[in-house]
Design a protein around this ligand. Sequence first.
Ligand SMILES: [Zn+2]
Length: 436
Amino acid sequence: MQAPEFVLSATWLLPIAPNNIALADHGIAVQDGRIIALAATSELLTRYPDCAHTHLQDQILMPGLVNAHGHAAMSLMRGIGTGLALQEWLRDAIWPFEAKHMNAQAVALGTELTIAEMLLSGTTTFADMYFFPETVARVAHQTGIRCQIAAPVIDFATLWSRDADDALHKTMALYDEYRHHPLVNIAFGPHSPYSVKQKHLSQIAMYADELDAAVQIHLHETRHEVAQAHEQLGHGYVHLLRDTGLLGPRLQAVHMTQLTEAEIDMVAAAQTSVVHCPTSNMQLASGTCPVAELQAQDITVALGTDGAASNNTQDLFAELRLAALLAKHSRADPTQGKANDALKMATLNGAKALGLDHDVGSLEVGKSADLIAINTQQANMAPVHDPFASLVHNSSGSAVSTVMVAGTTLVSEGQLTKINIDELCRKAQRWQLQLN
Ligand SMILES: [Zn+2]
């Protein structure tokens, strides 16, 4: 067997699979971007004595985080419409702002800004849904991050498409273009069941099956949305998605704050994944995703920041801390929201939801070297009794020192290797100054 390109070891290694294991002084050997060995550091050095070796002292090595839902370009809209409920926020603040100021160029800028923020805070895979997905895909490709780009499908004319048919046509063309890309995955992004007609939802289910593509949708986000569904259909939108054939293992249902027991059973039977976005749900006062009830039915629950306009950061460490706390608070039970569960939600479950768990989500032999290291020699981290609790409850994205995607270093000693962050921030500032 060929020797590895490098061995990377650390004081702690959290593989995430198997669950809840913290390995002291372990590392991995990487060849062609893949993990070919995982063992104690001393064993790796005996096995590969001539290989380049980096030891990350007092650091925690773990799989890169998976941000399973967001709208990257919305980093340009932080603070717009804050204080409004979802319907008014979209209608009176976000949509008018987008119509006036967002174009492909702005989307490229906002997306790169978000990718910079995500990489610096330990996210190695992100899921996106926004206009001009071809621009998002191009920027993602240039930065070297892994992603799922869900092209948005909406019935009415948008910045990107004339109608749903036009959006579907463009999605298929984009899917073809990136079919063999190692890091960029194209998915269908019907915005929501209230903005896409039933016939288009059925069409998407059919196309996604044919292409073996993923589908992401905002579903049961607010009480208002679910009440509207009952008024128009006599049941919630989960039923509608089942009837259209969309409720299945390819579907990633984002938010899911209002669910009956029967709906949870349907989601479980269909093996649909759920993406929990606690900050966005709290900021828009949308409701609470019943994570414990979903997990009790073996439903895969992933974690997402949602767009920066309703968060306002893209730091998934902040999100997983909130998810852990909310799990305890919402059930009035401190045994809920375990730190290892929160970390799994932000890694392996995210990879499962996006259909990428064969490749990422855990540090295992055969998987891609998508990983991060967190420096614990900081005032808010030292000393470490329990690396899981430290990562969830007293860390933050700013403690991330190293980020790799497929064995390529994208963050080294806390600095981006491919993005000039100073220039990017200046560009964002110039963009804001020319708004009228
Ligand atoms: Zn969203």
